[in-house]
Write a protein that binds this ligand. Sequence first.
Ligand SMILES: NCc1[nH]cc(CCC(=O)O)c1CC(=O)O
Length: 312
Amino acid sequence: MNKSTIRIGTRGSKLALYQANLVKSKLGEAFPDKTFEIVIISTKGDKILDVALSKIGDKGLFTKELEVALFNGEVDLCVHSLKDLPTVFPEGAQLGAILKRAEFKDAWVSKDGLALEEMTEKHVVATSSLRRKAQVHRINPKVKVVDIRGNVDTRIKKMNEGHCDAMVMAGAGLIRLGYNDVITSLFEPDYFVSACGQGAIAIEIRENDSEIDAVVKKLHCETSYQQITAERSFLNELEGGCQIPIGAYASIDGEELSLLGLVALPDGSKELRNELKGKACEAEGIGRKLAQQIAQAGGVEILNQVRNLNNQ
Ligand SMILES: NCc1[nH]cc(CCC(=O)O)c1CC(=O)O
């Protein structure tokens, strides 16, 4: 079967649409004789906007309905922020491609340009991620941390209306939407560890759909794939979801991959981090090994404490 129109499933947020359109235009360039069409699918994560992400604690919150559309044949491929994808694909779906990774760092967005270290008891930092919360507390235990939800525009509006003095957000999301000017600084990974897979766009396809697989493979970046494989196997080995403060960043230099991993308590009172180097082609093993090392060094206790907190 050689379908003439290939349908691209995406969420309807501005960022999701930007990413889906990026995939659409790149595929259009690579396959001028095919037609690509965007299909918007709303997910549970788009509908529940008033609850902190760490409290919903649902794997696949932003991806499940897209996978249903994929299985129904409503769409032929799905474009996701890789960060939102659970580390294991549901049966019947698989990774088709990872685009060349964009900015992976977290961005510091400070209303008056104040650095995190300069803030006092009077300042409020907003984030809905426990990983960011933990690191903000560790760097500056004085500031107050509050939740924030909503898309990038909403969050910036909330900050300007006085909800908070600063926020930590993915640099990639801000840059893709043209918000470069709100970024006060980008956090280096050894200072503030970013989320597994942050800044990477993933294409998910039906398992064994060789036609679509061949199409999306045109956009695949193997180096980015090795990075995110190390980061996601670290996360998977620790059985972490987005409701647990875990971060990881893999850098690649030639054949060598270096993985930095972090596990923390949300209040920043305890943090474990370690780094492991190895061959880039053994990315998955490096992720698992680093996770085991951190687990043995006290990570298991930290994760159990976080799970108990979440169940309260
Ligand atoms: N959790 C929501 C989410 N999923 C992907 C991005 C940004 C884009 C990316 O990380 O690739 C964001 C926003 C944020 O974390 O600030």
